[in-house]
Design a protein. Structure first.
Length: 253
């Protein structure tokens, strides 16, 4: 049986500790992140200007073979590795390359043994898995976990989007401006300007110049020029001001 007033005491202690723990977490996230000016950055082959690897990090090893471009965000709990285990004496010069202005979503895993290249402006959702090697299974007398598969390079072209929970298998070559739908399992060559989905992933839509984004059933989604759209929105904003008066000043402007 609880002593009288026990719940009240626990509640008061929790209220007291709550802001302290929250502040510790915030400070830890700030201080524990890896950026080019931290000592941990020196372990990488290259860590570009403005790049941040959020804290807490996942498993990271083979850093001397990892090259990351400028202004890239690696979210928390992301695993990045080159080689089968930490401390491998011989690694490729650039086993894992991530370009500039990329985003890698939380809890994603990128594990290279030979070579993985991710070009500029590629965004990965959460829980994405990318590898250039898998286990073999051909010998029926050896546990599969002890059979090392062939290394097959992986590349992802500039401007592509890899959706939440996708799996990019060894040997996959993804072109530029490709959309990989959430949960897709991708292997093989994916051409530029296409959309893939499913398990295994299939091309469900591709860009045809002068027409638009055409699906396998013939449905067409029009081309959108985002610069023109932004100009249109600006014009709409001016029209609204005509009905409502000038937009109020912000911040003392």
């Amino acid at each position: 049986m609880k002593a009288p007033g026990y719940d009240s005491v626990v509640s008061k202690v929790r209220r007291l500790l709550h802001p302290i723990v929250q502040k510790i977490q915030q400070v830890s996230a700030w201080a524990g992140a890896i950026s080019p000016d931290t000592s941990s950055a020196q372990r990488f082959g290259h860590l570009g200007w403005g790049t941040l690897i959020a804290f807490p990090q996942g498993s990271i090893f083979g850093e001397q073979s990892i090259h990351i471009g400028d202004n890239t965000l690696i979210s928390r709990d992301v695993t990045m590795s080159v080689g089968y285990m930490p401390g491998v004496p011989t690694l490729p010069d650039s086993g894992l390359t991530i370009g500039a202005r990329c985003v890698v979503g939380a809890r994603s895993t990128i594990t290279a043994h030979g070579r993985i290249d991710i070009a500029d402006d590629v965004w990965l959702g959460k829980d994405v898995f990318i590898s250039d090697a898998s286990h073999g299974y051909q010998d029926p007398n050896v546990p599969i976990g002890r059979q090392m598969g062939q290394h097959q390079p992986v590349s992802i072209g500039a401007g592509s989007w890899i959706g939440h929970g996708s799996v990019i298998l060894p040997g996959t070559q993804i072109g530029k401006q490709v959309v990989v739908a959430a949960g897709a399992v991708v292997r093989g060559d994916i051409p530029d300007h296409s959309v893939v989905a499913g398990v295994p992933a299939r091309i469900v839509r591709r860009f045809e110049p002068g027409i638009g984004w055409v699906s396998s059933s013939g449905d067409v989604r029009p081309i959108i020029d985002f610069e023109e759209a932004a100009q249109g929105l600006a014009g709409l904003d001016s029209a609204v001001e005509g009905f409502t008066g000038p937009r109020p000043a912000v911040g003392g402007e």
